[in-house]
Write a protein that binds this ligand. Structure first.
Ligand code: BGC
Length: 395
């Protein structure tokens, strides 16, 4: 196996999105699930405290929970990428919607493949490095009908999709096979509040094992065609503190990575949570502890791989905390680099406001605000502060 640790010539600065959350017009296991569960999610929202419902009245409306047209990024991507370029981003993470390119098993939609070809070309034209995710939680209906990741041949079906993608995009250097396997399997198979809605510890573990196998299969499939590619997963790490922290770190942050090691060329890190006390909260009630990024980065040194922060962000509709959060987390990243972590990039979640899974549209993660009625884009103040941070970066 040929490995190339050739570092990108520049530090990767930018933002991330995922197909189902921004494109609009998708048809996959999630779109089916949304239609089935929207009413129940509205009923639950009605039981939330008055203050929350007053701040985010959208949460009591059915359309909040249906991804539908989303931000129409599928047709507006050129303008969106121009915004990213104007904000001095030089990298962009996005996902390819499997259900679009392989709507039926073994049947390829060349138009959809051409679309992603155009997306990649557009990014390159703007000197923005594409970072491509292959599985960001949505799957073709035929794949979920056969049992999704639990089907004994799931990794083979995934491999065929991956092979087709590397054939079409041999010029892409950064590949993320699976986004947050732990988050996906715990929601879908333990809590049961995401498709396929199972609640079983054995199935959760089985799914994690299947995803590890699918990752490893995809890792080799990508390297077979693009020997110099950088292939990894996006791993969800929590900054744990306290007496049982080592155990929690082992199960949540490390178990999956240990399982795929050494078949990854970089670690993609998604950081949102800590159990540390924090002064401020996001709109979703998540405690904001940007300093924790330093610790989760240092923890990843054990894998002896470069790290790309593939997501970091917060829901903040009024843009009250975002600039502070970005600046503080960049400082935390700097400290981690000084402590010997080889960090290659920082990608904010998200470029655009988007569909936040079972929460729907009310949480606002974007550097760019979306008016969902007109689809108008409005660049938030914090996005310009992020641009200035990018400009002043020297390491
Ligand atoms: C996911 C995104 C999600 C974000 C905010 C990450 O766990 O990869 O899809 O929108 O967190 O919750």
């Amino acid at each position: 196996m040929q490995k190339d640790t050739e570092q990108p010539s520049k530090f990767l600065w930018g933002a991330a999105t995922a197909a189902h959350q921004v494109e609009g017009g998708t048809h996959n296991d999630w779109t089916l699930w949304e239609r089935e569960h929207a009413d129940e999610l509205v009923r639950r929202a009605m039981m939330r405290p008055d203050t929350e419902r007053e701040r985010f009245p959208e949460m009591t409306r059915r359309e909040n929970y249906i991804s539908g047209a989303a931000t129409e990024h599928y047709t507006r991507y050129k303008k969106d990428f121009q915004i990213a370029a104007d904000l001095h981003h030089n990298a962009h993470r996005f996902s390819i919607e499997w259900s679009r390119v392989e709507p039926r098993k073994g049947v390829w939609n060349n138009e959809a493949i051409k679309h992603y070809r155009d997306v990649i070309d557009e990014l390159k034209k703007l000197n923005i490095e594409p970072v491509v995710t292959l599985y960001h939680w949505t799957m073709p209906v035929w794949f979920s009908d056969m049992g999704g990741w639990l089907h004994p041949h799931a990794h083979i079906a995934f491999e065929k999709f991956v092979e087709r993608m590397v054939l079409a995009f041999p010029d892409v250097k950064f590949w993320i096979t699976v986004n947050e396997p732990t988050v996906y399997s715990s929601h879908g198979y333990a809590k049961g509040n995401w498709p396929p809605g199972k609640r079983s510890l054995p199935l959760t573990l089985q799914t994690l094992r299947a995803l590890a196998k699918s990752h490893i299969t995809a890792y080799h499939a990508i390297h077979a065609r693009i020997p110099n590619a950088h292939v990894g997963i996006a791993s969800h790490s929590i900054a744990f503190y306290g007496i049982v922290a080592p155990l929690k770190r082992y199960f949540w942050n490390q178990w999956f990575l240990d399982r795929i090691h050494p078949c990854h060329d970089f670690v993609g890190l998604n950081y949102y949570f800590s159990n540390h006390k924090s002064e401020f909260q996001s709109d979703m009630g998540w405690g904001l502890f940007p300093e924790g990024l330093e610790d989760v980065l240092v923890e990843l040194k054990r894998y002896r791989r470069p790290v790309i922060i593939t997501e970091i962000g917060l829901a903040d509709a009024t843009d009250k905390h975002r600039a502070w959060y970005i600046a503080s987390s960049v400082q935390a990243m700097k400290r981690a680099i000084e402590r010997g972590v080889d960090v290659w990039g920082y990608l904010y979640w998200s470029l655009l406001d988007n569909f936040e899974w079972e929460k729907g549209y009310w949480p606002r993660f974007g550097l760019v605000e979306i008016d969902y009625k007109t689809k108008r884009r409005n660049v938030r103040k914090s996005a310009f502060i992020y641009r200035d941070i990018i400009d002043s970066w020297h390491m």
